[in-house]
Design a binder for this molecule. Structure first.
Ligand code: AMP
Length: 283
């Protein structure tokens, strides 16, 4: 396994890996790797000859009061996981390497796919993600890129970016990996106290309950969503959002119609930790 800290080294190594028409699959991450990331790496191996991963805590996607400084960065442990998982190249650029050109002259604007869900709660978040993934795609030039359903809005926005900007990348989404009690794995789960960790799966349970009611024929989920949010609040969660969104437009829907795809998604705070989760519903 090679590690590249500069764009030039990464490009040279990619060129070498590509010899004899070999295909490259790419998994962008912010590190603090867990079984969710590992499942993406294993999926990536199924689509290419070599798997490349990036580990970069991207300052552009953090708001001024978010956890950029405290985000876990266990690099040695991450590299060990990458070695075990047969990664060919780990790209670990510094902030300076990625953004060292001084104040930006260009901005990315997303017209509407970021109005709701995490985009609604975290201004600038998806612009930061689109910027960094755009850069990473230009550096790595992968044939395939694998993302997690855990961040479904990210996958949908980036898929649209690939289409509009003609990146020559096949986009693949992999299922959410969960702990035995249903909690979606996340690098941020490390922030949870033991008591909070015990409560955390309630978000998933709430989503599963709403999903079962929808699959049983509930057409207007609004009263149910209000009830579930009240219950979460009583248990000590602070609600951010919990709604059913159109898979196409990522806008909230009032009435579930047969034959359409929906995303049932929620975000809550448990203490200072923000948890997100979602289920895809084919009505
Ligand atoms: P992050 O390091 O949080 O930026 O995530 C890197 C990639 O891993 C993204 O595509 C995430 O959607 C994906 N990911 C994070 N958590 C999970 C999970 N529990 N299951 C599957 N994929 C995940």
């Amino acid at each position: 396994m090679k590690q590249a800290e500069t764009i030039a080294t990464a490009r040279a190594e990619i060129k070498r890996l590509r010899q004899n028409g070999k295909r490259i699959a790419f998994v962008p991450t912010m590190g603090a790797l867990h079984k969710g990331h590992i499942s993406l790496i294993r999926e990536a191996h199924r689509h290419a000859d070599h798997v490349v991963i990036s580990i970069f805590v991207n300052p552009e996607q953090f708001g001024p009061h978010e956890d950029f400084e405290h985000y876990p960065r266990p690099l040695e442990k991450d590299l060990e996981i990458c070695r075990k998982e047969g990664i060919a190249l780990v790209f670990t650029p510094s902030e300076d390497e990625m953004y060292g050109y001084g104040p930006k002259q260009f901005s990315i604007h997303i017209h509407s796919l970021n109005t709701h869900m995490d985009g609604g709660s975290r201004p600038g978040f998806f612009e930061g993600i689109v910027l960094v993934v755009n850069k990473l795609f230009n550096i790595i030039e992968p044939d395939v890129a694998v993302f997690g359903q855990k961040d479904i809005q990210q996958f949908i926005i980036l898929s649209r970016m690939v289409r509009e900007f003609n990146h020559n990348v096949e986009m693949i989404v992999a299922p959410i990996q969960r702990a035995d009690d249903g909690l979606a794995l996340s690098s941020r789960n490390a922030y949870l106290s033991p008591e909070e960790r015990e409560m955390a799966p309630e978000l998933y349970k709430a989503l599963k309950y709403v999903e079962s009611e929808i699959l049983n024929g509930t057409k207007n989920p609004a009263p149910l969503l209000t009830q579930v949010q009240k219950e979460l609040q009583t248990k000590g969660f602070k609600n951010d959002y919990l709604s059913v969104f159109s898979y196409e437009t990522l806008t909230p829907v009032e009435i579930i119609e047969k034959g359409f795809s929906y995303i049932l998604a929620g975000a809550v705070y448990l203490g200072k930790t923000r948890l997100i989760d979602n289920l895809i519903i084919e009505a």
